[in-house]
Ligand binder design. Structure first.
Ligand SMILES: *Cc1c(COP(=O)(O)O)cnc(C)c1O
Length: 406
């Protein structure tokens, strides 16, 4: 097997596209002015920021003055949740509803608020990683300040029923935020029609650079400022604008939302081919359901396989992938998302996430499947757990049942 290079970790980050790169270039060496300056190159930079805002607004279905640029998806989540909590607490509302499968940017922000006098309800998910609008409706109380539910999950690719959840919140007069970092460009989003109050975006998940994000805040919500200082971002998020990256984000979000159906049609069959091939391997479980799944996401657990060993072996074959989430890698704790599905640690540990893009080819999928076909038995041969499972299958009955190639 000739070694190739296959990037199958697009949920961790993406390559900046040529189109985005070209949109950014003028703002480094030529039109490098500060958008707050009145001379030509300053006003050029200001125009670039406002054009990017208009492009983001057009892609999301809102007004330009409802889009604020930030330093990351994480910052957007922090701003939305912490500022909404602060605002609503002044009306005596100190209850927040979220889910067990949020990104750490939301999870840890809610944990912080729980330690600061807020009460947080963390909704459990079903075995495929979904919550229902009914769960949200049942959890809302008179003192609920905010509901925050991710649009699409970064680990298992589940697309939550966000328009329905948002409708429940709007009807009950509760603010609704969604972390849409993985959804933008993969799912049709229109914040006005879908009754979303706040929505987080990250540049580097949609082919813009790292270190830039956006937060949509519906006019009328009026969140307090998050970073204090100058008058940038209508005095809500101070700091001289990252002009090249903002120009890049505007171009990237326009590109990502131009032809979502085209992307879905191109990537979904490759994802399904990969899933079908993986499920032919013995004792493997698909994490996240087949339906309402991001077009590029594959997540599977291989019993008797250490995720780290799997990643290293795939890396030797030129394949970039992830085990659970990149943030979890480096710690030995199994991912909170996989545990929330009800997986025992033994199954959660052997998990692999492959995230495809519109650049993935059928040959790439074949290559990945061939590599897995070689690597999985090799790792299992060295695994004391797998040896034990093979010798005493009865003792592992419930675990084996979970990995009966669903
Ligand atoms: C990557 C990611 C984030 C964080 O975005 P950054 O720009 O890397 O801070 C937040 N939420 C989800 C779902 C993500 O996938």
């Amino acid at each position: 097997m000739d070694k190739r290079f296959i990037y199958a970790d697009n949920a961790a980050t993406t390559a900046v596209s040529k189109r985005v790169f070209n949109a950014m270039l003028p703002f480094f060496e030529e039109r490098y002015g500060n958008p707050s300056s009145i001379y030509g190159i300053g006003q050029d930079a200001l125009r670039a920021v406002e054009e990017a805002r208009s492009k983001a607004a057009a892609a999301l279905g809102c007004k330009a003055n409802e889009v604020y640029f930030t330093g990351s998806g994480t910052e957007s989540d922090n701003w939305a949740i912490r500022s909404a909590a602060l605002k609503m607490s002044k009306e005596g509302k100190k209850h927040i509803i979220t889910t067990a499968v949020e990104h750490h940017a939301v999870l840890h922000t809610c944990e912080y608020l729980a330690k600061s006098g807020f009460e947080v309800t963390q909704l459990p998910v079903d075995e495929n990683g979904f919550i229902t609008p009914g769960q949200v409706a049942d959890a809302i109380r008179a003192d609920t300040a905010l509901v925050t539910v991710m649009y699409a999950n970064n680990e298992i690719g589940t697309i939550m029923p966000i328009p329905e959840i948002a409708a429940v919140c709007r009807e009950r007069g509760v603010l609704f935020h969604t972390d849409a970092v993985q959804a933008v460009g993969n799912v049709e989003i229109n914040v006005a029609e879908q009754q979303i109050d706040m929505l987080s975006v990250s540049g580097h998940k949609l082919r813009a650079p790292k270190g830039v994000g956006a937060l949509y805040i519906r006019n009328g919500v009026s969140l307090p400022a998050f970073i204090l200082g100058g008058a940038q971002e209508r005095s809500k998020r101070a700091g001289t604008e990252n002009v090249p990256s903002i120009a890049g984000l505007g171009e990237a979000i326009a590109a990502a939302c131009e032809d979502i159906q085209g992307k879905v049609k191109k990537v979904t069959p490759l994802r399904d081919k990969l899933i079908d091939g993986i499920l032919k391997i013995e004792s493997v479980r698909l994490n996240g359901g087949r339906a309402n799944r991001l077009p590029g996401n594959v997540n599977a657990s291989f019993l008797g396989v250490e995720g780290e060993a799997l990643l290293l072996n795939l890396d030797l074959r030129g394949i970039c992938a992830s085990s659970g989430s990149a943030c979890t890698t480096g710690s030995l704790d199994p991912s909170h998302v996989l545990l929330a599905l009800g997986l025992p640690a033994e199954v959660a540990h052997g998990s692999l996430r492959l995230s495809l893009s519109e650049d993935t080819t059928e040959e790439d999928v074949d290559y990945i499947l061939t590599a897995l076909g070689e690597v999985i038995p090799k790792i299992r041969k060295m695994s004391p757990l797998w040896e034990d499972i093979v010798k005493n299958p009865k003792e592992y009955g419930s675990i084996l049942e979970l990995t009966m190639n669903n």
